[in-house]
Design a protein around this ligand. Structure first.
Ligand code: GLV
Ligand code: MN
Ligand code: MN
Length: 412
């Protein structure tokens, strides 16, 4: 069978077109999940798929599945996709590339009139980022049975708005039960979000799995008081306690380096006034490592640090582990399809694992999944400056299509 070539210019045009939805002045994107820009990009995506004759199903947590029928209706669909939501100061490629490259693959199949054995679907997963509603990969988690739909519905953002009310508000609460939609496979293309491919001059990452990750929320309580009139010995400064913890969390991750990472990414200081000693501080912790036993050790050290560092400063605390995603290994037959797809495209590739979380990690519990990475400039992501070249995006889309066709061929 002749090989199909994706259209690099069309893919780039779609990337730049959708980058106007939620664009920030610094060239990035703020398309937080279930906001108006999220609705706009979903509407755009749905219209593009329908223009190709696809039907678009939406499940109860807003996941979108655009289907192009195959020759054998008895086969479950082969899915490709990622997410269209972004971080508050996110880039144009994290997530979006995976959905739009999948759309480009679909357009290529459509244009060529190629009949696949199985139906082919493009998926947009809701709230991969977890930036607005923690935890990340929330709706793919519901799809995979990790969370219930009611758990997702009850998540609230920092303004007190719930996932369910916002999903309803943007009109994307579908009728299909999450997970009722069976998949033969899921292939997810993504930028690497790290420096390895660029440094080695390789175009394709053949991804074997995703490291483990855990999120915690901590509230440190002290006493708000006058900055001028309260002697140092009488202070209960919650921000000082948080500062000690931030340094310790960094030290814990460095102790378990090079594979461990640890971050305090969100911090809320109350009342946040120049002349009030901080009375309460909320912060988040993100620990990651490929091995669960190391994450257990890091967690133990973190909890011991809270008990060691805060009470001597007159502070109390509440700590909750709000999320745990264990390390994931992808499906060997899909990895093989990606390897063949990269070789067929004549692209330099290397095997790797993912430092970032992805929907394919949860979906792996209910369907075979894998991922394809392409380089991003300087390894920078979750940043408005995030950048990937048109040729690398096209290379990723080509490997995605090749891998899907190889998988489909094996079903035939
Ligand atoms: C998702 O973007 C994550 O890795 O946190
Ligand atoms: Mn992503
Ligand atoms: Mn992300």
């Amino acid at each position: 069978m002749e090989s199909l070539q994706i259209n690099a210019r069309r893919l780039w045009h779609s990337l730049m077109q959708t980058a106007q939805i939620g664009a920030t002045p610094n060239g990035g994107l703020c398309r937080l999940t279930l906001t108006d820009p999220d609705r706009q990009v979903r509407d755009w995506f749905k219209a593009q798929c329908e223009a190709l004759g696809c039907t678009v199903a939406i499940d109860e947590v807003g996941n979108m599945f655009a289907r192009r029928p195959g020759g054998n209706p008895a086969l479950p669909p082969i899915a490709m996709g990622s997410h269209l939501d972004t971080q508050p100061t996110g880039g144009k490629f994290d997530g979006t590339l995976g959905v739009l490259a999948a759309l480009e693959a679909l357009r290529t199949l459509h244009e060529a009139g190629r009949q696949t054995n199985a139906a082919v679907e493009v998926v947009n997963w809701t709230n991969e980022e977890g930036a607005r509603f923690a935890p990340p990969m929330l709706a793919s988690g519901v799809f995979a049975g990790v969370f219930t739909a009611d758990y997702a519905y009850a998540r609230v953002d920092r303004d007190g708005k719930s996932f369910k009310e916002e999903l309803d508000r943007i009109g994307y609460r579908g009728t299909e039960k999450a997970g009722a939609h069976k998949l033969a496979a899921l292939f997810e293309l993504h930028i690497e979000q790290g420096p390895i491919l660029e440094a080695e001059g390789r175009t394709i990452g053949i991804v074997h799995g995703v490291q483990g990750m855990r999120w915690y929320e901590v509230t440190v309580s002290g006493e708000a008081a006058h900055t001028g009139a309260t002697p140092m010995r009488l202070r209960k400064d919650a921000l000082l306690g948080a500062a000690h913890m931030i340094a310790r969390i960094d030290a814990i991750a460095r102790k378990h380096a090079p594979d461990a990472v640890g971050t305090v990414g969100r911090l809320e200081n109350r009342p946040n006034s120049p002349n009030v000693i901080p009375g309460e501080v909320f912060f988040t912790v993100d620990f990651r490592h490929p091995d669960d036993a190391t994450l257990d050790a890091m967690e133990e050290e973190f909890r011991a640090a809270l008990a060691e560092l805060l009470p001597p400063l007159g502070l109390s605390f509440r700590e909750t582990r709000i999320w745990h995603s264990p390390p994931v290994t992808f499906a060997t037959d899909l990895i093989e399809c990606v390897r063949i797809g990269a070789a067929k495209a004549g692209l330099p590739a290397r095997d790797m694992i993912s430092g970032a979380g992805h929907d394919a990690a949860y979906v792996a519990r209910v369907a075979p999944t894998t991922m394809i990475f392409v380089p991003c400039a300087g390894g920078i992501s979750h940043n408005e400056a995030e950048s990937a070249s048109a040729s690398d995006c096209a290379a990723g889309a080509q490997v995605l299509l090749n891998a899907v066709l190889e998988f489909d061929r094996r079903l035939g």
